[in-house]
Design a protein around this ligand. Structure first.
Ligand code: UT7
Length: 331
C-alpha cells in the first residue's frame, strides 16, 4: 500500500500588504526587502472573517473538489500550524467542526516551517499501515498579528504572511504515482535561534506585564544563523531523499522549497544546477507563510499546469526547532 496526492487546494486572505505599505509604518524599504528576501507583498488576515480553521476549510474544500471526493470520505485530519486559534485545543478539531465531520481523529502538528512535510509523512505512514484511506493534510498560519511593526521586529515583520493550503492523500496500489519517501529531522540545540518564548510554561506566571514589554510574546529570529543552517540543511535533506530512491538531482522535474527567502531558494537551485523552470517560488506574492507555504505553492503549481503525471516532485523545508524535512513524490 502507498499514498498518493489526489487533490490540492489553497486559500489566501484578500488583504494585500505591499512592501511600500510596510515602509509607511516601520523603518524599512521596498528596496531592502526585495534585495534581501525577494518578497514584494504578503497577505494579512481580516479579523472577524479569517481564522486558521476557516482558511483551512476553504483550502480543504478546494482540495476535496479537485480530488472528486467529499468531507464524508475523510478518515483523518493532520493539521500543521504554529498559530492555532486557541492555546488549546488545536486548530485540527476546529477545522473538523467547520467541515462537519465529527468523530474522526484531527491532530495538530507543531513543527514550524517543516510542519507540512511532517504532516504529510504522518499521513503517509497511516495510509501505508492500512489504517486510513483518505487523509486531509493541511498547513495554515496567521502570523500577521504576532508581528511587531517596529525597528526591533522588522527582520521578522517583512517576511511573514498568512494563508492556508491542503492536499487530499489517498491509499493506492499504483507504484507509478505515489509518495516515494519522506525524510524528517530536528536539532533542538538551536531552539532559541527562531523562537516565540511566551506565553510558555517556563515561568511561575504564564503571562506577565514584562513579557508584553520585552517582546518575548513575539517571534524572535537570529536571521543570519537561520539562513546559514537553512542552506546547508535544505541541500542535505534533498540529497538524502534522492539517494534513498537511487535518483539524482537532474531527475527532479519540480522542486517546491518552503518559501523562506528567495535567496535561499536560489542558492539551492544553483547548488543542484537546476534551471529556474524547475523550482517553484511564490514568496514574491505571499511572503513566508510557515507551514502553509508548501501546500499553497503546490496548489498553485498544479493550477498552473507545472506538474504532469509521472513527474518527480521534491518538497523540502527548514525552520524553527531547528527542523528540516523532504519528500519525493512521483506525481
Ligand atoms: O522560515 C523559517 C526559516 N527562516 C529563514 O530561513 C530566514 C533566514 N534569514 C533570512 O532570510 C535573513 O537573515 C533576513 C532576511 C531575515 C535578514 O537578512 P540579513 O541579510 O541576514 O540581514 P541582517 O539581519 O544581518 O541585518 C542586516 C542589516 C541590519 O542593520 P545593520 O546592523 O547592518 O545596520 C539590520 O538592522 O539590515 C537591517 N535590517 C533591516 N533594514 C531594513 C533588518 N531588517 C530590516 C528591514 N528593513 N526589514
Amino acid at each position: 500500500m502507498h499514498s498518493r496526492i489526489i487533490g490540492t487546494g489553497h486559500y489566501v486572505p484578500s488583504n494585500v500588504i505591499t512592501n511600500n505599505d510596510l515602509a509607511q509604518i516601520m523603518p524599512t524599504s521596498d528596496e531592502w526587502i526585495t534585495e534581501r528576501t525577494g518578497i514584494k507583498e504578503r497577505r494579512y488576515f481580516t479579523p472577524g472573517e479569517d481564522t486558521v480553521s476557516s482558511m483551512s476549510a476553504k483550502a480543504c474544500r478546494m482540495a476535496l473538489k479537485n480530488a472528486g471526493i467529499t468531507e464524508k470520505d475523510i478518515g483523518l485530519i493532520v493539521m500543521a500550524t504554529i498559530t492555532s486559534e486557541y492555546y488549546f485545543p488545536g486548530s485540527g478539531v476546529l477545522l473538523q467542526r467547520e467541515l462537519g465531520i465529527p468523530g474522526i481523529p484531527a491532530m495538530d502538528i507543531k513543527m514550524q516551517c517543516s510542519g507540512f512535510i511532517y504532516a504529510l509523512s504522518i499521513a503517509d505512514q497511516f495510509i501505508r499501515s492500512g489504517t486510513y484511506k483518505n487523509v486531509l493534510v493541511v498547513g495554515a498560519e496567521i502570523q500577521s498579528n504576532a508581528i511587531e511593526h517596529s525597528e526591533r521586529g522588522r527582520n521578522i515583520a517583512v517576511i511573514f504572511g498568512d494563508g492556508a493550503g491542503a492536499v487530499v492523500l489517498q491509499a493506492t496500489n499504483d507504484e507509478n504515482h505515489r509518495v516515494l519517501s519522506t525524510h524528517l529531522h530536528s536539532d533542538g540545540t538551536y531552539a532559541e535561534e527562531l523562537v516565540m518564548k511566551h506565553p510558555g510554561s517556563v515561568l511561575k506566571d504564564r503571562i506577565t506585564h514584562e513579557m508584553l514589554d520585552d517582546g518575548t510574546m513575539l517571534p524572535y529570529m537570529n536571521g543570519p544563523v537561520v539562513f546559514k543552517h537553512a542552506v546547508t540543511r535544505f541541500a542535505e535533506v534533498i540529497d538524502e531523499a534522492l539517494t534513498a530512491n537511487d535518483l539524482v538531482s537532474s531527475d527532479i522535474d519540480l522542486l517546491i522549497p518552503h518559501q523562506a527567502n528567495l535567496r535561499i531558494s536560489e542558492f539551492i537551485r544553483e547548488k543542484f544546477g537546476m534551471p529556474e523552470s524547475k523550482v517553484f517560488n511564490n514568496i514574491q506574492k505571499y511572503g513566508n507563510t510557515t507551514a502553509a507555504s508548501i501546500p499553497i505553492a503546490l496548489s498553485e503549481a498544479v493550477q498552473e499546469g507545472r506538474l504532469k503525471p509521472g513527474d518527480l516532485l521534491c518538497l523540502a523545508a527548514f525552520g524553527s526547532g531547528f527542523t528540516w524535512a523532504s519528500a519525493l513524490i512521483r506525481w
